[in-house]
Design a protein around this ligand. Sequence first.
Ligand code: MTE
Ligand code: MO
Length: 200
Amino acid sequence: MAITRGFTGRRARDPRLPPGQYDARDEWPVLHIESTPALDTAQWTFGVEGLVERPVSWTWDEIHALPRSRYAGDIHCVTTWSKFDMTFDGVSVDTLLEAAGPLPAATHAVVLTHSGYTTNLPLADLTGGKAWVVWDADGTPLTREHGGPARLLVPHLYFWKSAKWVSGLRLLDHDEPGFWERNGYHDRGDPWSEQRYQGD
Ligand SMILES: Nc1nc2c(c(=O)[nH]1)N[C@H]1C(S)=C(S)[C@@H](COP(=O)(O)O)O[C@H]1N2
Ligand SMILES: [Mo]
């Protein structure tokens, strides 16, 4: 019996998979450096500060009163796992920035968290429908280890930009490296260009 290997046995690489990544399928790894904080939604706040017309801070109830926004799509971690077709619900960072009114001088942001982790982004990567503060993943509240009650979501960049237990954004007129960016990770982290480490 003739066996034609290759025609049925090999699957094409999924075009949604950036270079060097694998499909984690049902697994959603948990990765963070600090210990998981126990944050009560009654105490949780999110603020926009720095180079803005009016610093704004929202409580849990206040941020839920803003227009909802959903991301449906893929996420990519620098440790090489990707997950397809996730949904996250929350509010668009555009909505939050609009309320604070970024000053013309603002070009970058440092993302702040309730647990001390930081990461940095050009404002252009946080605006235009590309970034969210989210509290639901795949229709259920974010678990504490995945950043609950709420985390940042910047899915077009490697997942270390998506700070868990997010507490706010500080707008700056310059780039200021966050935790991993000071410790060898790439400043921007575009998975499609494999910007994993400094010098990539
Ligand atoms: N507060 C905080 N957020 C963080 C991190 C962290 O160490 N602390 N690690 C980042 C990294 S490197 C990754 S890959 C993702 C992992 O998110 P997950 O555990 O929900 O998969 O969280 C990001 N956000
Ligand atoms: Mo990561």
